[in-house]
Ligand binder design. Structure first.
Ligand code: SF4
Ligand code: SF4
Length: 424
């Protein structure tokens, strides 16, 4: 099969793994797109190319094929193949849209799945390409019906059942309405600004202590009952319409500011409900200069801790400083090299593509081995699970813990800390 992403008729372009943006083959400024002309033109420079209506044309046309995004892409770093880069994938999307590639082309299926959806490419793109939205549109088409991986279908079906989510609360005791220690407003919130804690469909079952830690940190935050899934899982797995509907429904269920402990959910909700409605926990705590008290200690000394960014929190919402500042208040903060690069969890990715997921994670764990830190802090349950499993495989002494639990460990030693950090 001809490589539809290779504009130059040669072998796959290699990633130089160097610093700055990669030069194009002509060694000059931004490369023209594969048509050598404005994106509206067809291959022959004639009139507008007809589309299948799979993608939003404005989004797809925005890419200028400059290649600045290639060094930022974790899957391109793994393979060095143009098809596994953001630019290559956008070329595939264009080929799908115009019919130059058959819908059943195996490269389309493979690359729509191999992409982590981490959105690191968006942060370096000079043309403002909203790659995350393009990927959602791609998967909406590519993963429709039975083409969606069965495991993703199963997970989406499970989290769409409110009774099942409620059952998790009976088995694993997450935060509930009325559980707040004192119910008193803290300095982070005024009475005119109610705030609701979003429990998250995965987190409430896997890490119920995270929401309880938030109640200790922010007693003014309420925990409305009957919460469903926010829909991020659906949007990232080829059903963005249900993803939007679930976000809207949750927005109606949760009054005021929605506080989340999951970067991926925060970005999805902010997209559908508006940025002002949603605050990831570190943002919420950081507001008005609120600071945690105490310190986390290990063997009688101040702990050393690092952070793994949440891709969607950092790349989607631009939040990276608050969690670092909060950790530095209660421990010695050490920056993890490549903390801004995906850990390989990527929603369902670690389940759907376990070996690729590990390949993305492993360099990070190797860096951690040489860092002399006690903790790696996560701001997303998927990242937390990925890190815990990776560290366990390596028998590492470093412990992965959610930010909420880490801060509670500082202010109320023994309340959540030691056992909370060991959850699966
Ligand atoms: S996505 Fe952005 S950075 Fe990447 S090739 Fe297109 S315009 Fe350039
Ligand atoms: S979302 Fe991440 S993995 Fe996918 S193309 Fe962009 S940088 Fe690469």
């Amino acid at each position: 099969m001809t490589d539809p992403t290779n504009d130059h008729g040669a072998g796959p372009e290699k990633n130089d793994h160097g610093a700055g943006p990669e030069k194009n083959d002509h060694g000059a400024g931004p490369e023209k797109n594969d048509h050598g002309a404005s994106p509206e033109k067809n291959d022959h420079g004639a009139g507008p190319e007809k589309g299948r209506g799979i993608f939003d044309k404005d989004l797809l046309d925005r890419c200028i094929s400059c290649g600045f995004c290639l060094p930022a892409c974790p899957t391109y770093a793994l393979t060095g193949e143009e098809t596994s880069s953001p630019r290559g994938r956008i070329t595939l999307m264009r080929a799908l849209e115009t019919g130059r590639l058959d819908e059943d082309d195996p490269t389309l299926a493979e690359e729509s799945s191999f992409c982590l959806g981490c959105r690191a490419c968006e942060t370096v793109c000079p043309a403002g390409v909203e790659y995350g939205l393009l990927l959602e549109q791609w998967r909406d088409h590519q993963w429709r019906g039975r083409h969606r991986p069965w495991l993703a279908r199963l997970l989406m079906a499970l989290v769409s059942r409110p009774w099942l989510l409620r059952l998790q609360g009976l088995v694993r005791r997450h935060a509930r309405a009325g559980d707040s220690p004192a119910g008193k407003p803290s300095e982070t919130q005024t009475a005119e600004e109610p705030a609701s804690l979003m429990l998250g469909c995965v987190e409430r079952g896997l890490y119920p202590k995270v929401s309880r830690a938030v109640q200790q940190l922010c007693p003014e935050v309420t925990v409305p009952p009957g919460q469903g899934c926010c829909g991020a899982l659906h949007a990232h797995n080829g059903d963005s319409r249900t993803g939007a509907e679930l976000a809207e429904a949750l927005g109606e269920r949760l009054p005021g500011t929605i506080v989340t402990t999951a970067g991926g959910c925060a970005a999805h909700l902010a997209h559908h409900l508006g940025r002002d409605r949603v605050r990831e926990l570190s943002e919420y705590l950081d507001r008005d200069g609120h600071r945690p008290t105490g310190q986390v200690t290990v063997d009688g000394r101040r702990a050393r801790a690092t952070l793994q960014d949440s891709c969607h929190l950092r790349n989607g919402l631009g939040v990276s400083r608050p969690p670092r500042d909060l950790i530095a208040e209660v421990a010695d903060f050490v920056e993890l090299p490549g903390a801004d690069r995906c850990c390989g969890a990527a929603g369902t990715y670690s389940l759907l593509r376990p070996s690729d997921s590990r390949a993305v994670l492993d360099p990070k764990l190797e860096d951690l081995d040489h860092m002399d830190v006690d903790f790696i802090v996560a701001v997303n349950p998927g990242c937390l699970r990925q890190l815990q499993q990776g560290l366990r495989r390596r028998r590492s002494r470093v412990r992965a813990v959610h930010l909420a639990e880490f801060l509670v460990m500082a202010g109320a030693p023994g309340a959540v800390g030691e056992t909370g950090a060991q959850e699966p």
